[in-house]
Write a protein that binds this ligand. Structure first.
Ligand code: DON
Length: 309
């Protein structure tokens, strides 16, 4: 760990300048029409230390669709509410398959491998519907509490855009229903899921929102306990092993921090007890993870020599 925060500023500045001038490979998420319209050249980075010092670079104050990054917050909410019982309906094993795969569900008898693949998050949405009256409002209030920011919103435009083309997610929800692991209406589950994915944040807001995972479960701003220390450790462990789907091993190998990606081009990574780093660049590699985001984080942890290992 570098001892002076100023050194981080200089390292990030240098890597940001280097990566922005290199080739920007990949495509924006074209299977969600609204996401395909986003400018692929956007690039923002935010670093927030747990003493609340923060640095931002490029487009770090511009909102983007956090997509699957939201699944970590969904898991935190439901895990906090029902505790270990959650693992009766979703497992904690890396899947080694793409985020929207149907392949393993039949042999696994409807228990998704982990809460970050789409099938797993759909089951967690179904659990949320069963434990509150207005799950959309309940989730939004949770995000607002965790982020310390009452302006965080769903994007109805992106949610609708995804809902109308969500053929694979509709298939997953119906398949899960047929296997007994969805208890409510598949349409209601899918509608909640696309809304949860449609949450918009800036890199800085994302870093703030995820700060409890770097701070033993406690909110950085008012020290409110969001999760216990043990639950926080477990969520970080699942991010480490499953946060990047069939590229999770690669992310651990190249970056060495727990993290989570989304098809909006965001990635958040945690150095427990030290900092949260968020990157946004919308062009995705073939695994659905931000091309520049992966590259930036690899160079960042190489230069700082930070790693949880
Ligand atoms: O369900 C989907 O396909 C999207 N709403 C979320 C997928 C996603 O973000 C995968 N992450 N890299």
């Amino acid at each position: 760990m570098l001892c002076r925060e100023k050194e981080y500023f200089e390292i990030i500045n240098q890597i940001y300048q280097k990566v922005i001038h290199e080739e920007n490979i990949g495509e924006t998420a074209n299977y969600i029409p609204e996401l395909s319209k986003i400018d692929g050249e956007k690039f923002g980075v935010s670093l927030l230390f747990i003493d609340q010092l923060q640095f931002g670079f490029g487009d770090y104050q511009e909102k983007f669709s956090i997509q699957s990054i939201s699944k970590v917050l969904l898991l935190a909410l439901v895990y906090g509410e029902i505790g270990e019982k959650i693992w009766e309906r979703v497992d904690v094993e890396p899947s080694g398959t793409p985020f929207n795969s149907l392949l393993q569900l039949e042999s696994d008898k409807g228990i998704p491998r982990n809460p970050f693949i789409n099938s797993g998050a759909l089951v967690v949405c179904d659990i949320l519907i069963g434990i509150c009256d207005n799950p959309k409002e309940y989730f939004l209030n949770f995000i607002r509490k965790v982020s310390g920011n009452n302006t965080i919103q769903y994007s109805d435009k992106i949610a609708e855009s995804e809902f109308t083309t969500a053929y694979r997610n509709a298939a997953l929800t119906n398949f899960l229903k047929s296997l007994g692991n969805i208890h409510h209406s598949p349409n209601e589950v899918l509608d909640l899921y696309v809304h949860i994915c449609s949450i918009e944040m800036t890199c800085l807001e994302l870093s703030k929102t995820f700060s409890f995972l770097a701070n033993k479960g406690k909110n950085l701003f008012d020290h409110q306990e969001i999760l216990s220390n043990s639950q926080t450790k477990r969520i970080n462990a699942i991010m480490q092993t499953c946060g990047f789907y069939d590229e999770s091993g690669e992310f651990a190998f190249r970056v060495g921090l727990p993290g989570k990606s989304g098809v909006g081009g965001g990635i958040v990574a945690i150095m427990p007890k030290h900092y949260i780093v968020s990157v946004w660049s919308p062009k995705l590699n073939s695994k659905g993870n931000s091309y520049r985001g992966m590259k930036f984080l690899e160079e960042f942890t190489t230069a700082t020599e930070d790693s949880i290992f």
